[in-house]
Design a protein around this ligand. Structure first.
Ligand SMILES: Cc1cc2nc3c(=O)[nH]c(=O)nc-3n(C[C@H](O)[C@H](O)[C@H](O)COP(=O)(O)OP(=O)(O)OC[C@H]3O[C@@H](n4cnc5c(N)ncnc54)[C@H](O)[C@@H]3O)c2cc1C
Length: 350
């Protein structure tokens, strides 16, 4: 058995495999191309403190207790994942990049990596989205004289001191960037394709369930998944309310072109800028599965539970409806249950 990725989804899967009696190295390998533990959290910006993440669920079998909300989540979660891997002896191999997964003779899958090839009868894919930042194409983008960066490269607000910053994107990252940058910047402009939807009231279980159901329906149809956050709307918390009152979260519709000096709308409006920050989300990082031709004409992989409908040996965890820390936990357990049925405990060849 091969698990690709050791973020929340991959570690949850590895934990459940271990509990089911699969021995690390002998029966299971967990491969991850990042330098250290933490999944995508290890790369998140220092100002994303643990207190600012909403609803980080602990991994199965070990609570995350007494974390200081003022510390960067990158540090808190990296330490927690690191302890978790040691405690359950998960033996993640890193940095190992999975380059391609192919069919081989005898019903096995060949997992080609930067550290050799493994043959396996089933694969849990837990590669997240961080490696595929989504940059929308926009006319004139290449002519801009200032700096363009994506959330994936966001360094924190200080670097934008005295600059004119355009933030594109109506999700949680975009609003967080704006609220952080505004006190430092000369000016900020918020641009979103659709008017943002602010959600009153608590993010309780029923809101979460309804959001997950919407994303689930998309992947069942073979459409590219949307993020769970994109269908829940933005929580109207104190910081957001303040941002609206201060005019920082005063949104403009998407501009029509980028110019060397800034951005421009067809009605003649323009905003000069030093920086365009694209907070435009991420896509599933699954290019290495391309040789298996799992994608539907709609562009996504049809998934039932965690199982790829086109190939029951492949499970996608942390994908679509399970792309949250709680969803990833549950998906790991479900994938292992399903795969055990498929394999009836047979060891895999390395
Ligand atoms: C800015 C931001 C804030 C978020 N905040 C929250 C929050 O507050 N609460 C919440 O529940 N969710 C949050 N999420 C979503 C949450 O991060 C994810 O749902 C969850 O942590 C992702 O876990 P994962 O294991 O699926 O992916 P990741 O953590 O991305 O782990 C994937 C792993 O796969 C590895 N990998 C990728 N490709 C390959 C390959 N080809 N070969 C080998 N290894 C590979 C990577 O190195 C990485 O370690 C946030 C997301 C973002 C972008």
């Amino acid at each position: 058995m091969v698990v690709v990725g050791a973020g929340q989804a991959g570690l949850s899967s590895a934990y459940h495999l271990r509990r089911a009696g699969y021995e690390p190295d002998r029966d299971v390998v967990v491969l991850d191309h990042s330098p250290g533990p933490g999944g995508a959290w290890q790369f998140r910006w220092p100002s994303l403190t643990y207190g600012k993440v909403h609803g980080m669920h602990a991994l199965p079998g070990m609570e995350l207790t007494d974390a200081d909300p003022a510390r960067p989540s990158a540090d808190v979660i990296t330490e927690y994942f690191s302890t978790y891997e040691r405690t359950f002896d998960l033996r993640v191999r890193r940095p190992v990049k999975v380059q391609a997964v192919r069919e081989s003779v005898g019903g096995r899958l060949l997992v080609e990596t930067s550290a050799g090839t493994w043959a396996t009868r089933a694969l849990i894919n837990a590669t997240g989205t961080w490696d595929r930042p989504f940059w929308p194409r926009c006319s004139g983008q290449e002519t801009f004289r200032g700096r363009q960066l994506h959330t994936a490269q966001y360094p924190g607000p200080e670097e934008f001191a005295g600059q004119r910053v355009v933030v594109v994107g109506g999700g949680a990252s975009g609003t967080q960037h704006l609220l952080e940058i505004a006190p430092y910047a000369a000016s900020t402009t918020w641009v979103t394709r659709r008017p943002p939807v602010f959600r009153e009231g608590p993010f309780d279980e029923s809101v979460g369930r309804a959001a997950v159901a919407l994303v689930e329906e998309r992947v069942r149809q073979g459409l590219p998944p949307k993020s769970v956050v994109s269908v829940t709307g933005l929580p109207l918390n104190d910081a957001i309310r303040q941002g609206i009152a201060d005019g920082v979260l005063d949104r403009l519709p998407m501009f029509d072109r980028v110019t060397p000096e800034g951005v421009e709308w067809s009605d003649g409006r323009r905003v000069d800028a030093d920086v365009i920050l694209w907070a435009t989300g991420f896509r599933a990082s699954i290019d290495h599965l391309a040789p298996l031709k799992l994608r539907e004409p709609g562009g996504g992989i049809r998934v039932e539970g965690t199982r790829a409908v086109a190939d029951p040996r492949i499970h996608l965890v942390g994908y679509g409806p399970s792309a949250s820390t709680i969803g990833a936990n549950r998906a790991g357990r479900a994938a292992v249950r399903d795969i055990r049925r498929l394999l009836a405990g047979e060891p895999v060849a390395a």
